[in-house]
Design a protein around this ligand. Sequence first.
Ligand code: PEP
Ligand code: MG
Length: 551
Amino acid sequence: MRTLSGIPASAGRASGLVVRVADAPGEPPVGPTPTDPAAEAARIAPAVGVVAARLEARAATVSGDARDVLEATVAMVTDPALLDNARGLVVDGGRPAARAVYEAAGAFADLLTGMGGYMAERARDIHDVRDRIVAELQGLPAPGVADLDTPCVLVATDLAPADTAGLRPGIALALVTEQGGPTSHTAILARSLGIPAVVGCAGATSLTEGGAVLVDGATGEVSEVAGVVALEGAAAVAAEWNGAGRTADGHVVALLANVGDAEGAVKAADLRAEGVGLFRTELAFLSAAEEPGVDRQHEVYAGVLSAFAGLPVTARTLDAGADKPLPFLTLDGEPNPALGVRGLRVARVPGNGADVLDRQLATLAAAAAETGAQLKVMAPMVSTADEAAWFVARCRAHGIASAGVMIEVPAAALTAHEVLAEVDFASVGTNDLAQYLFAADRQSGPVAALNDPWQPALLRLLRILGDASADTGTPVGVCGEAAADAALAPVLVGLGMATLSMGAGALAGVGAALATASLDDCRERAAAACAAPDPAAARRAVAELAAKQAR
Ligand code: PEP
Ligand code: MG
């Protein structure tokens, strides 16, 4: 029985039987030439039929955008031109069936890419369809997350955010991926769904399908066990927190939730969130090929806002780009999308971005007026005071009283005084701030240690922000994943952070940790963490100090 070790990505323990998420099949070989080309060509249509039937069955179980996407995919699978071209490549070109489908779909995808814009976006779907038919012809399992109806632990090389978004807690008991980092959006979605997850777990894909495992999302350990282990409920810690974000001596730190949809918002309200510190509006539209209509946007925004009537809800405008491309906004073919036209930048380059932003701001303002929540709006990926001022003016034009920015780019942190002078509040996205500070891709397992929120360099940057907040009187909070770490939360407060926003599952643990430290304790811990040479030393120094302060 082995114990594998990975990066803790979403806290919680779960035990269940392993279901392997199949990888896409590789490029099929060009040969051997089939001995009976006609019979080989005749295998293609039934394989297409099987794939189409599976997708149709899945489409019947969902609604809205997910259904539209699946129905459009079925139409592509059954496209007669694709079938004819593939058959021709077998009969006239002597290709095996799987290779013929691969080439025919590839030519189709290239054609769409050449057309640009909306059509180019469909090339991705053609590749998905191609992989499914090729897998069927090769007798391999269908790629991606299968339809799940019994509880299991999902094990994958990696998972796309869109795959993770469709998972149901209670059915997907835990996620274990061989690749990926703790701040990848897949990890974030797992946290927001309350599904324990371990990422960057070497050897994960060698776990036996159907074998029992115990996953600890807090330590990153994945153990093979003889049978599924019965675990106790996680209500104990929650019971210790009285629901108010305060230090032991009463310093107020609002404890807020990060949410992506109405369901998450309702759950967060149940878990006693004092508002929403980060509503990732783009998550609702990841599969939308075109800009969602105002009615659809209104429905999504009102769903979240109405869960927090009378309380603050901070909506972030669409953070399109990098690992969350939105087909209707993201530029094609950027060589380095994480450093390209992402977040607020989309609205500042020529194109439709500014109009999309205006429609989103107007819809948010209208939804807030109906639901009675205190709307705050912030922009992602802001680098300069000038960009901050531009965004705030845009919000004001829509009557939005509280407008702020995310601090995710080191330049914005280093010019904190100037940036804060333009806004009503700021919120630090430590996931991206770490990624850009260390030049370390947040999705990459091998560089994950650099993205550790306990890195003293990151904490020292937060210190600059905390000091600027005290000087200007403009509140700065944290909404990156660092805020969900119960041991780090008092350090963040000691650095001057006014609010902490996190996956709702972490609220009780963070609330309980804050309630045991005074503001001075927090400041002492912040000084110790910043002075440490590395994350391990910072954790050690803070743990020792906390033990001493508790006496
Ligand atoms: C962040 O970067 O820390 C953040 C909160 O935004 P996201 O994770 O959605 O990029
Ligand atoms: Mg970010």
